[in-house]
Design a protein around this ligand. Structure first.
Ligand SMILES: *Cc1c(COP(=O)(O)O)cnc(C)c1O
Length: 812
């Protein structure tokens, strides 16, 4: 069953591709390889002829000119395009072709609206910056638009011109998109609007026949790079359907070779060349040596491979084998080794829907991601040539890895950029691995790669991952009664719903005190102590919409909206401009790292009017952003802490203790063994019960757990009563699978007297605490702790979470 496999390739492979030697080259989507015959034919042509700069009268120049025009026709014919109906403009690469189209369209009356498919290469996406409005589309959007139910781009502008761009094949996962979109788009044209179609055929043409045989159904503009087909030369083409070509004359720039006459002294006037489209668009001296090489490339390619259809069958056959081999790899606990992203191989192999690109990621036997950068390093040592990362295809990668925009921003802010080392954040991997085959690939390439993955990434002995503690194991122990985060420092809490596993990050619970309100004048962060109404500002996190919503529970001042929202995304555009109060924010923490102030008037007005104090919303820079301090959030909290006389037992060994969530308290003097970067506050229900008994005895109003603004409330799992204040002696905790180190008790001030539901101030529980829990004139309630990251390579290790109901074990 070797349908489509070309045995000849094995025969000539060693001779034609000596540079492969013992390498396994699986990056044909990056570029395919040039054959020895091609290079020899090109060299012979160069040595045997005298080529001058084209377009002048000398014999050598004329030779170049004539050859270029012949090669232009050959290239058109290669794509079955009739020279009467199409023109081909030589450009540096596909990207240059895209820019040429963009340069013309932006000169249209009213500019142009731009719709591009989510599978688009970065080079297509960049066009949006020149459009009056733009939109990224998925199949459904395209279908709705083509069936006339929706416009291409939602936003209404005065523009009558649309540009719709899509790749014929995704360079990320090899999906082939419907070429019929081009002709269907044309049918929508009427007197009020014209849509031009731009097909990025770069990845497609590498292993498939682009057929422009019917000018009526062809895209208006098609771009591609020849090195993707032939390996050489580095040259691109923009193929224009002549009927739609006039629009390209709109571009303003003219380069040498594109004009018949130019006046520049005293008068400014020029006449574009008008004979053919390509004459007016090919700026400067053509890459004529490259064009001559294209001649050799086309001829050699035909000689070695016959037709593109033959290549297509060969490559599809190999890619399917590669896909099946990887998809079937199993760890000894039967968990899959590879997570596959190229879905076209799943169904019946069909070259109409899937190109020979296999995109995937690796997981270990516990379901944790294997870092792509690690994989790449090992692959390089073993001489496998594959690509990994974002692959210049942001939409495709985000879609298959479920990355939300705010996560990508977050990742970016915490140091992730294209081409950097770390690639797993918050339990998600940020790039894919791509293996792509081409005309000169062989079965042994595919097999060697599968064996490599099998050898290094298939685990034959799998240690059982640590299981979460079950209740029966720990009768008489504690469990997590509730989890709360305070997205805006000192404002209302957000209770984590019982069934939700909440991420524990190095700097605390995810989204805990990510924002704060800063006094406009002094730069100090506002606190409930002075502004009790802050308790009534209730935040909500909407992960799908990527927004933090804030509502006020009290009586809203007139004219304010019910709710305001800020993006979770770290978009610099949301923050104040250049006159942002830098000096102000630097006083907050006394460091070069500053919080970022939101510039939006509505947001700051909302908080200022409710609290009756002029303030701005600010965000802490993401943890580990590398501005000379590891976790600026922890830093800022440290700097806001009231002065303490804390002296570590071993000077220089221990960092200063963390401050509690609302910075109005400090840590009891005791040696601290770990970092100061994980301020999580826990309280024990047994201690609260004991405290409330005291309060009731003296006739006061019992305190709710919420006044202590803890992140974690622990309670007894049985009716057996826990010893109150036993937490003073704990050294560590295990919550579910996660381990925490206790850092000391939390010092309290009268902020705990603010009722979190009414914002009213009471006497209790401060008064009773002062009587019962005072040590060296300081008052303590609750404990600080920090998470100890697991070294285990498990899903949970990469994305540590805790949840309500989990069992808690105590170390003391
Ligand atoms: C390779 C590729 C490009 C970019 O080609 P350049 O030669 O870098 O301009 C664009 N789109 C797709 C689909 C590609 O595969």
């Amino acid at each position: 069953m070797e349908t489509g496999y070309n045995r000849n390739v094995e025969e000539f492979r060693e001779k034609e591709y000596p540079m492969l030697a013992d390498a396994v080259y699986l990056d044909h989507a990056g570029t395919t390889l040039y054959s020895k015959s091609l290079m020899e034919r090109f060299t012979a042509d160069m040595m045997g002829n005298l080529f001058g700069n084209p377009h002048s009268a000398s014999g050598s120049s004329q030779l170049s000119t004539h050859r270029i025009e012949d090669i232009r026709l050959k290239a058109l014919r290669f794509f079955n395009a009739d020279p009467d109906e199409f023109d081909l403009i030589f450009v540096a690469n596909a990207t240059a072709g895209i820019k040429l189209v963009m340069e013309a369209l932006r000169e249209c009356d009213g500019g142009f609206k731009y719709g591009y498919h989510r599978a688009a290469h970065t080079s297509l996406i960049g066009v949006r910056e020149n459009a009056v409005s733009s939109q990224c589309l998925v199949d459904l959007d395209v279908e709705r638009w083509l069936s006339g139910r929706e416009s291409l781009v939602d936003e209404e502008t005065g523009s009558k011109t649309n540009l719709f761009a899509f790749p014929a094949q995704s360079n990320m996962d090899g999906r082939r998109l419907p070429l019929s979109w081009a002709s269907r788009a044309r049918k929508l044209n009427n007197s009020t609007s014209t849509t031009y179609t731009l097909l990025d055929a770069s990845a497609f043409v590498s292993t498939a026949q682009l057929d422009l045989g019917d000018a009526n159904t062809a895209p208006d503009f098609t771009v591609l790079s020849f090195y993707k087909i032939f390996g050489f030369p580095d040259l691109g083409a923009l193929i224009v359907r002549k009927e739609s070509g006039a629009i390209l004359q709109e571009r303003r720039y003219f380069g040498g070779g594109t004009v018949d006459m130019v006046l520049c002294v005293k008068e400014q006037w020029h006449v574009p060349k008008a004979q053919s489209l390509h004459e007016s668009l090919e700026d400067g001296t053509l890459p004529f040596h490259n064009i001559l090489a294209l001649d050799a490339a086309i001829a050699t390619h035909k000689q070695l491979y016959g037709t593109m259809d033959q290549i297509s069958q060969h490559a599809t056959f190999l890619a399917q084998r590669l896909y099946d081999g990887l998809a079937n790899l199993r760890h000894s606990n039967s968990e899959p080794v590879c997570v596959m992203h190229s879905h076209g191989f799943n169904s019946k192999p069909s070259p109409h829907m899937q190109g020979p690109i296999v995109a995937f990621n690796l997981k270990n036997s516990h379901g944790a991601w294997v870092s792509n950068t690690e994989f790449e390093k090992l692959a390089a040592v073993r001489k496998f040539h594959v690509r990994s990362g974002g692959l210049c295809n942001p939409g495709g990668v985000a879609a298959c890895l479920n990355l939300e925009p705010w996560e990508m921003r977050q990742n970016f802010s915490s140091g992730f950029k294209c081409g950097t080392e770390a690639d797993i954040y918050g339990g998600k991997i940020t790039g894919v691995i791509r293996a792509s085959v081409g005309a000169m690939s062989t079965k042994s390439d595919a097999e060697a790669f599968i064996s490599f993955v099998d050898e290094f990434y298939c685990e034959t002995v799998t240690s059982p991952p640590v299981s979460p503690l079950s209740v029966s194991q720990s009768l008489g122990h504690l469990f997590v009664e509730s989890l709360t985060i305070y997205p805006i420092k000192s404002c209302g809490g957000l209770e984590i719903p019982p069934e939700t596993g909440w991420e524990v990050r190095p700097e605390g619970l995810a989204w805990d005190r990510e924002w704060c309100l800063v006094h406009w004048g002094t730069g100090q962060a506002l606190s409930q102590k002075r502004h009790p109404r802050m308790a009534l500002l209730r935040p909500m996190i909407d992960f799908e919409g990527g927004l933090l919503h804030v509502r006020y529970q009290g009586t809203l001042p007139q004219g304010l909206p019910k709710e305001i929202s800020v993006p979770l995304s770290e978009n610099p555009a949301f923050y104040s401009g250049s006159e942002s109060k830098k000096s102000l924010s630097s006083r907050v923490c006394g460091e070069a790292v500053v919080t970022r102030m939101y510039g939006k008037k509505e947001i700051n007005k909302y908080f200022s009017e409710i609290l009756g104090v002029s303030c701005v919303l600010a965000r802490f820079p993401a943890g580990g952003s590398g501005f000379g301090t590891r976790h600026s959030k922890a830093h800022m909290q440290k700097h806001q802490r009231p002065k303490t006389d804390f002296v570590p037992d071993v000077p220089g060994t221990f960092p200063a203790p963390p401050t509690p969530p609302d910075s109005d308290s400090e840590v009891q003097k005791r040696p601290i063994l770990l970092s100061n970067e994980s301020p999580i506050l826990a309280i024990n229900r047994a201690s609260l019960d004991a405290l409330n008994e005291e309060i009731i005895r003296s006739g006061g109003k019992p305190a709710s757990a919420s006044v202590f603004r803890a992140n974690v409330v622990l309670a007894s799992a049985t009716s057996e009563r826990q010893e109150p204040y036993s937490e003073d002696h704990w050294t560590g905790l295990r919550i579910g699978r996660q381990t925490f180190q206790m850092l000391g008790s939390c010092r309290r001030c009268h902020m705990i007297c603010v009722d979190q539901d009414s914002a009213e101030k009471n006497e209790e529980p401060f008064v009773t605490l002062a009587k019962t829990r005072r040590f060296e004139s300081k008052i303590f309630f609750g404990s600080h702790m920090c998470h100890i990251p697991s070294k285990e390579l498990t899903k949970e290790g990469q994305y540590p979470t805790i949840r309500v109901g989990e069992v808690v074990l105590i170390e003391s």
